[in-house]
Write a protein that binds this ligand. Structure first.
Ligand code: MN
Length: 263
């Protein structure tokens, strides 16, 4: 029985045009993503065979296949939901505040993500992740699907920088694709992932961290952003949150006033 399945898209293949062509979406979802799902299930089967047969000669290859294919499945599943037709705009609420604190604003986050995507040597992803020990957002550069990770980070928004994600439409002009995808980001989805990631309390599972966590300084959020979070205002398409200009960044807390998490 298959453990992993390809999730249905919440929109038609052509719904992200003109930014991503329907043909790319069809191949990407129905062929590339599907192959990672197939590969992850096959790796699990072969690992089970190895265990029952007591044959571990190829265990490193099987573990690598599992890591590559399962990570590809996870990242693509997030990528599809990070995007929506007629989305884009700017992050809002607590996510916007955290971006202001950790990156100095939305424009700098966008530049960093696009620079990370454009500078990948080979295939990979740019990812906005929540890092629970430092309780901050990071942008990371992922090699292939599974390497160069900052451990403990939970991906919130991922940008596929593999050639299969853009080549049919953009050829070698990959930076045009990285710009275009910002017209598709669904900040409601990213915000929901941000809330969930912070609510899991993952840092409390690390020995010695929970006490530190209780005394660690909490980042202040501007009141107007909290007001937006609690707003019941709806856009014409029913989504919450206005496409308001980002709140001005709070001044960064001087490093000397922060309590160290490790000592
Ligand atoms: Mn891909």
């Amino acid at each position: 029985m298959a453990t992993y399945i390809v999730p249905d898209l919440l929109y038609d293949y052509g719904a992200l045009e003109p930014h991503i062509s329907g043909r790319i979406m069809e191949l990407h979802h129905n062929k590339h993503h599907a192959s990672y799902v197939k590969g992850a299930n096959a790796a699990l089967d072969r690992l089970a065979e190895a265990r029952y047969g007591g044959q571990y000669d190829n265990i490193a290859g099987l573990e690598r296949a599992l890591s590559f294919n399962l990570s590809g499945h996870v990242l693509h599943s997030i990528f599809w939901k990070n995007m929506a037709p007629k989305a884009g705009g700017r992050p809002y609420g607590e996510l916007a505040s955290a971006i202001a604190n950790d990156f100095g604003g939305f424009a700098r986050l966008k530049k960093q993500i696009n620079a990370v995507a454009a500078s990948i040597m080979g295939s990979g992803w740019a990812a906005l992740v929540w890092e629970p020990l430092g309780r901050k957002l990071l942008v990371t550069q992922i090699y292939d699907h599974q390497s160069n990770l900052a451990q403990a980070g939970t991906p919130l928004l991922v940008l596929d920088a593999w050639e299969h994600a853009f080549y049919l439409q953009y050829q070698n002009r990959k930076t045009e694709f990285f710009d275009a995808v910002w017209n598709l980001w669904d900040w409601e989805d990213v915000s929901a992932r941000f809330e969930l990631a912070r609510a899991t309390g993952a840092e409390d599972g690390v020995p010695g961290q929970s006490e530190d966590r209780k005394i660690a300084a909490r980042r202040p959020y501007p009141q107007e952003d909290l007001d937006i979070t609690q707003s019941t205002r709806r856009r014409p398409d029913g989504r919450r949150a206005p496409l308001a200009a980002a709140a001005p960044a709070e001044p960064r807390q001087p490093a000397a006033e922060r309590k160290p998490l490790f000592s």
